[in-house]
Design a protein around this ligand. Structure first.
Ligand code: NAD
Length: 508
């Protein structure tokens, strides 16, 4: 049993109210730990420590902050196995996926280490004798509220970039998976982050509200479900606080009849069933365009998915996070069945489960007949693929464009022109061509399309968008009086002094 207390000022601190919630393993539903349920008092203590740490942290050079981040990167790499084991335990994903969770998170850490090379300002002579430059100022204390599905990677999307840019960061891990970040506390100390710079406060909605409402927290980044993303974004906007809030997803894959066989089948299955469908980049809807006389994509996908085994070893399907989530997934399958959909692969009652009491579900594939089925439109977040057959490209685009989310979309085809037609029409922030999980890795920014249920607020969560989000550009316009002839010791004219050794006058 692990107790996850808050990590404030480089020390482990119990919540003042002494409140905890249970952490359960998705594999057994047994209690494996308890997680602090922090109140505004805990949040305020962390904020005060961060505020006290900010002047000296922000006055270090960016290189000095990056040097600490580089040490942190090495420590994460050293402890990858240990962190991955905690991810398997509390999240349920398989060991290979858990190691990838850590490695992907550490890629953003790596990107943050390169910020001294990429985050400088601009400098231009804007008028004769007048120079303008801009300099990036950190915001101060910023916070990050994160979901359960990537216990390490998502907290690392924002924190390393914000930190190297000079901010002090408070992370609120998901109360469903607090163990991983709890293990990161000691790495923060070992890497040499000064007290108050990088802190973790655990809790639920009240803790998040205290973060949002704290007048000393300058910006909030959020990743989670769409309804909560909207609540967070609206509250922050009401307080004139900078916010980027990524929400849920309903990613569409479109397969044309010329799609390459092996890669398409492999990708579709890996995308919808990998991590038990609990990835915001998971394929959720497969639109099959026309008939394929070379092979039957749908039956091949079903055959491939049938071969998936439940468990937490490489290639196996872990349980979904909790019983509530499992019930929600089952509800969507039942509703589809009622509306006349054909269940091509039924994962509701797996024939063999690794543990009797876990939240296990085998892959399910639904062939919809009715375009209005809820499963085709709402986020299910489980190992379920909805298939719908269409006759034309325009029909496929109309369905994809008509969905309320805008996270990712992908086209499978062997023709470049067809791919371009779709990528210029998809309504989503991250597009794939023959790539089922089109995650843009650094230096490209991650994030869905603003104006959809997948994204609220400003900027992006990683890369250049995060640099912009976590800094304010201050513009400095400078004019120095021209030196006098007496100071220079010669006549000064336009183009400089021909005898001036420090001004080559164009002659090298
Ligand atoms: P969630 O929205 O339930 O919780 C996310 C975080 O919000 C948690 O830390 C939780 O404690 C906090 N929270 C809960 N109630 C709150 C409230 N009223 N106000 C403020 N904060 C509150 O999400 P989840 O179930 O942990 O994660 C799964 C969801 O996250 C899915 O919808 C998935 O698509 C989404 N997700 C999106 C992305 C993306 O990049 N768009 C990435 C990962 C996950």
């Amino acid at each position: 049993m692990t107790t996850c207390n808050n990590f404030i000022n480089n020390a482990i601190v119990a919540p003042v109210d002494g409140q905890y919630c249970e952490v359960t393993s998705p594999m057994t539903n047994e209690v494996i730990g308890k997680c602090a349920v922090s109140s505004a008092a805990d949040v305020n203590t962390a904020v005060d420590c961060a505020t006290a740490a900010f002047p000296s942290w922000s006055s270090l050079t960016m290189k000095a902050r990056a040097a600490i981040m580089l040490k942190f990167h090495a420590l994460v790499k050293r402890d990858t196995q240990k962190l991955a084991e905690l991810i398997v335990l509390e999240n349920g994903k398989n060991m290979v996926e858990a190691v990838a969770d850590v490695a992907k998170g550490n890629e953003t850490v790596e990107y943050a280490c390169s910020l001294p090379q990429v985050a400088q300002g601009k400098n231009l002579t804007v008028s004769r004798g007048i120079d303008c430059r801009d300099t990036r100022r950190p915001l101060g204390v910023v916070a990050s509220i994160v979901p359960f599905n990537f216990p390490f990677m998502v907290p690392m999307w924002t924190s390393p970039i914000a930190l190297v840019l000079g901010n002090c960061v408070i992370v609120k891990p998901s109360e469903k998976v607090p163990l991983t970040m709890n293990a990161v506390c000691s790495l923060v100390v070992e890497a040499g982050f000064p007290p108050g710079v990088f802190q973790f406060v655990h809790g639920t909605a009240d803790c998040c509200n205290a973060i949002i409402e704290s007048p000393k927290i300058e910006a909030v980044s959020f990743v989670g479900s769409s309804p909560i993303a909207k609540i967070v974004a609206d509250k922050c906007r009401g307080l004139n606080k900078r916010v980027v809030a990524l929400g849920g997803a309903k990613n569409h894959l479109v397969a044309l009849s010329d799609a390459e066989k092996e890669g398409t089948i492999r990708d579709v299955v890996a995308s919808f069933a990998g991590a038990s469908g609990q990835r915001c980049m998971a394929a959720s809807v497969l639109l099959v365009v026309g008939e394929n006389d070379q092979y039957d994509l749908i039956s091949e996908v079903v055959e491939k998915a049938k071969g998936l085994v439940l468990g937490t070893a490489a290639g196996e399907l872990g349980p979904v996070i909790d019983a509530r989530s499992k019930d929600k997934i089952l509800g969507y399958i039942k509703d589809s069945e009622k509306s006349g959909a054909e269940i091509l692969l039924d994962g509701r009652n797996p024939s063999s489960v690794p543990t009797a009491s876990g939240n296990w579900l085998s892959p399910t594939i639904i062939l919809h007949k009715n375009k209005t089925d809820k499963a085709l439109h709402e986020e299910i977040f489980g190992p379920v693929l909805s298939i719908y057959k269409v006759k034309t490209w325009n029909e496929a685009i109309a369905i994809e464009n008509g969905n309320a989310f805008g996270n990712a979309a992908c086209i499978y085809t062997s023709k470049g022109g067809s791919a371009d037609w779709f990528t210029s029409r998809f309504r989503a922030g991250m597009l794939g061509v023959n790539v089922g999980i089109p995650v843009p890795r650094e230096p490209f920014a991650f994030g869905g399309l603003y104006g959809t249920l997948s994204k609220y607020g400003d900027g992006d969560i990683t890369s250049e968008g995060a640099i912009e989000f976590f800094t304010t550009r201050i513009k400095i316009t400078t004019r120095w009086p021209a030196p006098t002839a007496e100071e220079v010791g010669a006549e000064v004219g336009v183009g400089g002094d021909a005898n001036d050794a420090a001004n080559f006058n164009g002659k090298m």
